[in-house]
Design a protein around this ligand. Structure first.
Ligand SMILES: Cc1cc2nc3c(=O)[nH]c(=O)nc-3n(C[C@H](O)[C@H](O)[C@H](O)COP(=O)(O)O)c2cc1C
Length: 301
């Protein structure tokens, strides 16, 4: 049975990764999950300098999902390289995707250049879709011209292949996917979170200090499947699909819709072994359906 998938020349032993920001840098989950068994570890967004993130409360549970307004808190790229990348050194079987954030094109480029000579970094995932920061993030991801421009700039400075992470908070995600492809992206990943809001009716106040937060979890899955399907018809580059994946069925559904690989996010919070459970489920499905190569189901619906 062949479970490996290839994205922009990088060979992943299987198509299951976790979604940025829901797994730390792997270290936090390593007592639950043998990181060597994952297709890839995708790290939390990292910026050129440390970011404090947003004030609390910045997490709220909602029906079949959650809202978060973390605001991309991170220790900055220097600490990330010394501490987190060093930790990941020993997990030779898994690939490492580093999620990159910034307030401006210059900040993205600074991080990308800093990571250029780090051999442990297999790919860069460029987050142009975070709804929880005021400048940068989603500001780049909601305008096709800006998507194309930032993709081109990052690509010109990057040594590793780049994956542009798209926002679902747009009228037509196909337009953004095409813009990323036109800018030279090696792949795209989607979806980031959908902007939501929750109000505490007793206190008559916003639940999150930021008022709005990004919605994720099982409730967003059908939206993500639809968007992955649409993008897979619109571009030639590979897609990493995510959004509400919590079971192997969700992962297979995403691959049938056109994703070459999948990321598991919110599910990790209530089931720390979700990634490995999903991988086992995919393998059982392949055996039951006599699927010799997982790539043969990508985009076949
Ligand atoms: C607490 C939290 C933090 C996140 N941080 C990041 C981040 O740093 N960079 C990023 O690109 N996406 C981030 N995301 C978005 C996820 O990677 C993913 O795209 C989204 O949650 C949808 O997948 P899910 O429904 O499986 O969680 C975050 C999501 C959550 C819930």
């Amino acid at each position: 049975m062949k479970t490996s998938v290839n994205i922009a020349g990088v060979e992943f032993q299987n198509p299951v990764m976790e979604a940025s920001g829901t797994f730390g840098s792997g270290m936090e989950y390593s007592e639950f999950v043998d990181l060597n068994k994952l297709g890839a570890v995708v790290t939390k967004g990292v910026a050129n300098v440390p970011w404090p993130g947003n004030p609390t409360p910045r997490i709220a549970e909602v029906r079949s999902g959650m809202l978060n307004a973390i605001g991309l808190q991170n220790p900055g790229v220097d600490v990330f390289c010394e501490r987190d990348l060093k930790f990941l050194e020993e997990f030779k079987n898994t690939k490492v995707l580093v999620n990159v954030c910034g307030h401006s094109a210059e900040e993205y480029i600074e991080v990308v250049e800093r990571l250029a000579n780090e051999s442990r970094v297999d790919m860069l995932e460029i987050n142009i879709s975070c709804p929880n920061v005021k400048e940068g993030g989603i500001a780049f991801g909601q305008d096709p011209k800006a998507v194309e421009e930032i993709t081109r700039l990052v690509k010109a400075h990057a040594k590793q292949p780049i994956v542009m992470k798209l926002s679902p908070n747009v009228t037509d995600i196909k337009v953004m996917a095409k813009a990323a492809e036109a800018g030279g992206a090696d792949a795209i990943s989607l979806i980031n979170t959908l902007t939501g809001m929750k109000i505490d009716v007793e206190r008559q106040q916003f639940v999150l200090a930021n008022k709005t937060g990004g919605m994720s979890g099982p409730a967003v899955h059908p939206i993500a499947v639809r968007m992955v399907y649409e993008c897979s018809k619109a571009v030639q580059i590979p897609i990493i699909g995510m959004g509400g994946i919590s079971t192997w069925e969700d992962a297979i559904e995403m691959m049938l819709a056109g994703a070459t690989a999948v990321s598991v996010g919110t599910a990790n919070f209530y089931n720390p072994t979700a990634t490995l459970d999903i991988l086992a489920g995919i393998e059982d499905y392949m055996r039951r359906k006599k699927i010799e190569d997982i790539n043969s189901i990508v985009g076949i619906v």
